[in-house]
Design a binder for this molecule. Structure first.
Ligand code: ADP
Ligand code: MG
Length: 787
C-alpha cells in the first residue's frame, strides 16, 4: 500500500551538501507496526517527513495505493496529509492557544467536517486515549504523557490510513512511555503505524517489524514486504480552511495576547483618530457655513445692473484668482509701459431691454421667489396735515438726476435721497406666494399691504428712522423723540400725475404748480401707509432702506401713466433740462427722463432665488441668454454669494486636505507598525504554521490565518479610533464653544466613520500582507523544527 522506491534526499547549506537519504527502498503493509531504528542523523526523520508528504524527495518515487506521487501538486500533498496521514511528534506540537478539543478538531476543521460531527469524533478519540475529562483545558495544563495522548488523538481524529510517529516517547519517562506505546500498539491493529525510535527495547517489545537505518539507507529489515503491487482505489478529499476558521484561530491567538493587541490597536488607531477629528471639524464648519449660506446668501439676489462691471469669463476668473501680490506678479524690466486705461477698462454697459425682461419673465417659476426692479422714478407726493397740504420732499438735488446712481448700489430700489427714503420691494414671482416683504419683514403695527396703493414704513432694528424722513412726510418733530405706531399707520398721501403737477411757463420750461390743496382735493391717487415693518430677526440680509417702501408694481403703474405726460414728451425732445434749462452732462438726460417716469427699462434687476440650490438653475438660465450674442448685447450679472461660497469652500477644502495629509503620516506609521507586529506574530507562530501544514492546511490557509489576524487588529484599531474620536468631539466642541460661541462644530459623519474603519482594515491588511505571505511560504519541516 505504501512503497518507497530509491528515494534520495540531500540538503544543501551554503557550500556543504548533506545527504540525508541515499536511495531508500522499503514497502509497507496496510496493517503493521513498523519501528525504524537508527543513530541520530541517519535520516529517519527525513524519511518520515517524506512519507508524510511534509517534505519532498529529490529523486525516486513514493507510491501510495499504487499511484505515483511524482506529479503531485501542492493541493494533492495537502489533501494527502489531511486525509491519509496522522503525525505524532516527539515534542507533541500542540497549538498552545487552543483548547485540547480545538487541537484535536483542527484537522477535521481543515477538511470541512460539520461542527457537530467534529465534536462527536473529537470527543470519541479523546475518550479512546483516556482524556475525556480534559476537553477544555489548554495544552500547558497537561503533563507530557497527556500532551502526547492529545497529539495521538489529533492524529487519529480524521481516521487516516497511516500514523507517523517521530520518537513519540523521546521526552517521556519509562512508565509513561509504556502507556503511550500500548496506545500506539492498539492503534496499529487497523492502521499502518511507522514509528521512529532510538530505543531498541521498546521497538522489540511492541513493533511487528524493525527496520534498521544507517547513513540514509536501510541496513536491515526484520520483515520485508516484497510484493505490494495492489492497486487499491485512491481518492483524496481536498482541504480548505474557511475564513471563519481562520478568524477563530487568530481570534483565540490574539486573545492570549490581549495587552499587546490592545496597545497595537490603540497605537494604530491614532492616525484614524486624527483624521476622524479633522474630518468631523471640517464637516461641522462646512455645515455651519452651509447653514449660513442657505440662510443668508440665498437671500442675496443675483444682480443685473445697467452699469455692471464686465464679468466676462476671463476677467471673472482673473478677479477670483486675485489675492495678495506674489513675487510672480512683479515684472522685471528697465522700461515703463504705457497703456490706455479706457481700453483696459472692464466695465460693460448692460442693455436691459424689453427682450431681456421678457426673457426673465419666462424663467422657471419654481426657482425664483421674486424679481425686483429698480426704476428711479420720482413721485409727486402731497400730504395734508391740519388742512395744510404740502409736498413730500424726497429730493433736493437740483439737477433733477435725483442722485439715484450713487444710491443704486445700496439695495433693492432704494432711492435714498435727502428727504424721505423710498424703496420698492419685489412682488412675488408666482401669484399668491409670499412676497419679499412678507418673507423678510415683520409687521410691527398695521398689516401687510393688500394692494399696490398701500405702502409700509421701514424702521431699523432699534425702531429708528431718520428724523428728516418723518419731517418731510409732514410729521411735527419739534421737541419729541418718538412717534406712536398708531399715528403713522393709516397716514395718507396723494400721488399727483405729472400733467397735474407741472406746468409750462412762458419761458418754455416746466415748474411744479403750487396750488397743492386743489391738487390734493381734485386729482391723483391716494396712497396709504398700511404698516410699520422691520427686518425679521433671523434674516441676515435685507434690502429695503429706512423710510417708505412700496411694491414694484406701483412703480410700473406710475411709469405707465407718466410715459406720455407732457413733461416727459418735452424732455425727450431736447438736450436741455426742461425744468432748469441747463445742459445735461453725459447720462443726465436719460436719468432725468427715467426720474420723470418716462423710461420703463430698469436700472437694476434683482433676481431672488427660492433657495440656495435653485440659484444654479437661475445662473444657467441667465448664461443661456448670452449664447451666441455679440459682446455688446450680452447681459452680465453679479452673483456675490457664489464668490463668497467659492472662497470659503476652497479655503475649507484646502485646510482639511493639509491636515488630513499630516494625519495620514501617522496612518502610514501604523501601517508599518502592524507589519512589524504581524511579522513578530509569524515568528512566534512558526511552530503553529508547521502543525497546520502537517494537518493538511494549504499555503493559502496560512495566509488566511495571518490576514485574519491583521483584519482583527485593523478592525479593532479602526473602531477604537472612531470611538475615541467620537468621544473627543465632546470636549473639542466645548472648547470651541467657549472660544467662538459656535455650538456643536465637530460632528463625525457616519459615512466618514465607516470609511475610516474600512481604511484602517485595508491598511493593516496591506501592512500584514508581506509577513502573511512569508508565513505561507515557510517550509513545514523547518517550521516544525523551530522552537
Ligand atoms: P535523524 O532523524 O535520523 O536524527 P534526520 O533525518 O533529522 O536524522 O537528518 C538526517 C541528516 O540530514 C542529518 O545529518 C541532518 O543534519 C540533515 N538534515 C536534516 N534536515 C536538514 C535541513 N533542513 N538542512 C540541512 N540538513 C538537514
Ligand atoms: Mg530525528
Amino acid at each position: 500500500m505504501l512503497q518507497v522506491k530509491n528515494v534520495k534526499k540531500s540538503y544543501t547549506t551554503g557550500e556543504f551538501t548533506q545527504v540525508a537519504l541515499n536511495g531508500v527502498d522499503i514497502n509497507f503493509r496496510e496493517n503493521e507496526f513498523v519501528a525504524i531504528l537508527g543513530q541520530s542523523g541517519s535520516g529517519k526523520t527525513t524519511l518520515l517527513n517524506i512519507i508524510g508528504g511534509l517534505d519532498q524527495y529529490d529523486s525516486g518515487d513514493l507510491i501510495i495505493n499504487g499511484k505515483s506521487t511524482k506529479n503531485f501538486k501542492d493541493g494533492d500533498w495537502d489533501a494527502y496529509r489531511n486525509n491519509s496521514v496522522g503525525f505524532v511528534f516527539q515534542s507533541y506540537n500542540l497549538i498552545t492557544h487552543l483548547s485540547i478539543l480545538d487541537n484535536v478538531e483542527m484537522g477535521m476543521t481543515l477538511s470541512g467536517v460539520s461542527a457537530d460531527e467534529k465534536k462527536k469524533r473529537a470527543v470519541e478519540v479523546l475518550e479512546r486515549v483516556g482524556l475525556k475529562d480534559h476537553l477544555h483545558k489548554k495544552p500547558n495544563q497537561l503533563s507530557g504523557g497527556q500532551m502526547q495522548r492529545v497529539a495521538i488523538a489529533r492524529a487519529l481524529a480524521n481516521d487516516p490510513d497511516i500514523i507517523l510517529a517521530d520518537e513519540p516517547t523521546g521526552a517521556l519517562d519509562t512508565t509513561t512511555s509504556e502507556q503511550i506505546m500500548d496506545l500506539i500498539k492498539e492503534i496499529a491493529d487497523d492502521k499502518l503505524v511507522i514509528m521512529v525510535t532510538h530505543n531498541p527495547e521498546l521497538a522489540e517489545q511492541y513493533a511487528d517489524r524493525i527496520v534498521n537505518f544507517r547513513d540514509g539507507h536501510v541496513l536491515h529489515d526484520s520483515n520485508p514486504y516484497l510484493e505490494a503491487e495492489d492497486s487499491s482505489h485512491y481518492e483524496l478529499k481536498k482541504t480548505s480552511m474557511s475564513f471563519l476558521t481562520a478568524l477563530k484561530l487568530s481570534g483565540k491567538n490574539i486573545a492570549t495576547k490581549k495587552w499587546r493587541t490592545g496597545l497595537t490597536a490603540f497605537a494604530a488607531s491614532i492616525g484614524i483618530i486624527g483624521i476622524a477629528l479633522i474630518l468631523s471639524l471640517s464637516n461641522g464648519f462646512q455645515k455651519q457655513i452651509d447653514a449660513f449660506q442657505s440662510d443668508a446668501l440665498a437671500e442675496f439676489p443675483i444682480i443685473v445692473s445697467q452699469q455692471a462691471v464686465n464679468m466676462d469669463e476671463e476677467s471673472l476668473s482673473e478677479m477670483r484668482a486675485e489675492g495678495p501680490l506674489t513675487k510672480k506678479d512683479f515684472v522685471k524690466s528697465n522700461e515703463v509701459y504705457l497703456y490706455n486705461p479706457e481700453e483696459n477698462s472692464v466695465t460693460h454697459k448692460n442693455n436691459i431691454n424689453q427682450e431681456y425682461l421678457d426673457y426673465l419673465n419666462k424663467i422657471d417659476a419654481d426657482s425664483v421667489r421674486s424679481i425686483g426692479y429698480t426704476r428711479v422714478v420720482g413721485m409727486n407726493l402731497l400730504r395734508k396735515v391740519d388742512d395744510t397740504v404740502s409736498p413730500v420732499s424726497f429730493s433736493t438735488s437740483s439737477s433733477g438726476t435725483s442722485g439715484s446712481q450713487s444710491s443704486s448700489s445700496t439695495g433693492a430700489g432704494m432711492t435714498s435721497m435727502n428727504g424721505v427714503g423710498l424703496s420698492s420691494y419685489p412682488a412675488p414671482f408666482k401669484k399668491g406666494e409670499e412676497s419679499y416683504l412678507e418673507k423678510n419683514y415683520d409687521v410691527l403695527a398695521g398689516a401687510y399691504p393688500k394692494s399696490d396703493t398701500e405702502m409700509v414704513l421701514v424702521v431699523d432694528n432699534k425702531n429708528r428712522i431718520d428724523e428728516n424722513s418723518m419731517k418731510n412726510l409732514g410729521f411735527d418733530i419739534e421737541n419729541i423723540d418718538s412717534i406712536k405706531f398708531d399715528d403713522i399707520v393709516g397716514t395718507e398721501l396723494k400721488l399727483i400725475d405729472n400733467d397735474q403737477y407741472y406746468e409750462k411757463t412762458n419761458l418754455g420750461n416746466f415748474v411744479p404748480k403750487n396750488n397743492y390743496a386743489e391738487m390734493y382735493d381734485n386729482a391723483g391717487m391716494t396712497l396709504k401707509i398700511s404698516a410699520v415693518v422691520r427686518q425679521k430677526e433671523d434674516v441676515q440680509v435685507a434690502m429695503l432702506g429706512q423710510g417708505i417702501a412700496y411694491s414694484d408694481t406701483l412703480v410700473e403703474e406710475i411709469i405707465n401713466r407718466e410715459k406720455d405726460s407732457d413733461i416727459v414728451k418735452a424732455q425727450k425732445e431736447t438736450d436741455m433740462n426742461v425744468m432748469t434749462m441747463e445742459k445735461f452732462d453725459s447720462d443726465g438726460k436719460q436719468n432725468f427722463i427715467a426720474y420723470l417716469g418716462g423710461d420703463a427699462s430698469p436700472m437694476m434687476v434683482y433676481i431672488y432665488p427660492k433657495d440656495f440650490d435653485t440659484k444654479d438653475q437661475i445662473v444657467d438660465y441667465l448664461d443661456k441668454y448670452n449664447d451666441g450674442k455679440d459682446n455688446k448685447d450680452k447681459v452680465v450679472y453679479t452673483d456675490l454669494a457664489s464668490t463668497v461660497t467659492e472662497m470659503t469652500g476652497g479655503i475649507m477644502n484646502g485646510i482639511t486636505l493639509v491636515l488630513v495629509a499630516f494625519a495620514s503620516i501617522s496612518l502610514i506609521v501604523s501601517l508599518i507598525m502592524v507589519g512589524i507586529i504581524t511579522y513578530i506574530s509569524v515568528l512566534e507562530r512558526t511552530k503553529e504554521i508547521g502543525v497546520l501544514r502537517a494537518l493538511g492546511a494549504r499555503k493559502k490557509d496560512i495566509t488566511r490565518v495571518f490576514n485574519a489576524e491583521t483584519l482583527i487588529i485593523g478592525a479593532c484599531s479602526g473602531l477604537l479610533g472612531i470611538f475615541i474620536a467620537y468621544a473627543l468631539t465632546f470636549p473639542v466642541n466645548q472648547v470651541i464653544e467657549n472660544m467662538t460661541s459656535l455650538t456643536n462644530v465637530a460632528q463625525l459623519n457616519p459615512i466618514h466613520a465607516l470609511l475610516l474603519v474600512a481604511i484602517s482594515i485595508i491598511l493593516t491588511l496591506i501592512g500584514g500582507a508581506i509577513p502573511a505571505r512569508m508565513a505561507a511560504k515557510k517550509d513545514p519541516v523547518e517550521a516544525l523544527r523551530s522552537e
